[in-house]
Design a protein. Structure first.
Length: 252
């Protein structure tokens, strides 16, 4: 990256000099915090496929990503409050990943750019995908299962905990639940706990470390363990997914 100093503490990135497909803009360079992305900073960089912008940035300059014909994903934090004219001209396959109520969401809506909201699933929310046989949930999900059985005594549940499950009161990612009614199997569900990447039923720094390794290409997450951290539902693990897990850890 090339940059210019804005003041003694901040900088603006003036050019990307590499050829990588997946780019994470640095939060700081040489001790200076990245504040803006200047006009034309990524102009005509056809190698670029995805970009993750840190939450230190507040401005994306004019024609910043213009001509990036292959870019399909850009993650824009809430800190961005200005996106200049033509910032994404010629980016026909772009989807903006952003947060509800953010400037980036408004920008995407006003300019007809597809977007995906990255906000955390609220604690306590459970989503059942009947077709896939998967329950997406949180780490205190066992309480809900117990309530279901209590409310309808015709149900019984047999649970096979994930290999790493450490707490009897919780189900971790990788657990399998078999719902029986009057002795007959009626439902089989795999459990995916948001942020629980190692299947121990809790979300903590161990999960964050595993996601960071996956983001760096040093670890491969598959199946339900990938689903547990792929918040954008795009089949990959990146810096925005890592931040989501960090947010979950901080909320515990």
């Amino acid at each position: 990256f090339s940059y210019e100093e804005i003041d003694a503490n901040t900088l603006t990135i003036t050019a990307y000099n590499g050829s990588a497909a997946n780019i994470t803009v640095p939060m700081e360079i040489d001790g200076l915090e990245t504040k803006t992305l200047s006009e034309n900073a990524f102009l005509n960089k056809v190698s670029v496929v995805s970009v993750n912008i840190p939450n230190t940035v507040d401005t994306i300059g004019e024609n910043c990503f213009s001509g990036c014909a292959n870019i399909s994903k850009i993650t824009i934090p809430k800190s961005v409050t200005e996106i200049a004219d033509g910032a994404f001209d010629g980016c026909g396959n772009l989807t903006i990943y952003c947060y509800e109520g953010s400037y980036a969401q408004s920008y995407a809506e006003e300019n007809g750019i597809p977007y995906v909201l990255l906000d955390l699933v609220p604690v306590g929310k459970t989503v059942i995908n009947e077709e896939a046989g998967i329950i997406f949930t949180h780490q205190k999900f066992k309480t809900q299962v117990d309530e279901i059985v209590k409310a309808d005594s015709s149900y019984t549940v047999m649970a096979i905990p994930s290999a790493m499950s450490s707490k009897a009161n919780y189900y971790g990612t990788g657990s399998v639940l078999y719902f029986f009614r009057n002795g007959s199997l009626v439902y089989t569900y795999n459990v995916v706990v948001y942020g629980d990447v190692n299947g121990d039923s809790v979300v903590n720094v161990l999960d964050a470390a595993m996601v960071q390794l996956a983001n760096s290409g040093l670890r491969i997450l598959q199946d339900n363990y990938l689903l547990a951290t792929d918040f954008a539902n795009d089949g990959t693990v990146d810096a925005s997914d890592y931040q989501q897990v960090i947010n979950l850890v901080l909320r515990q």
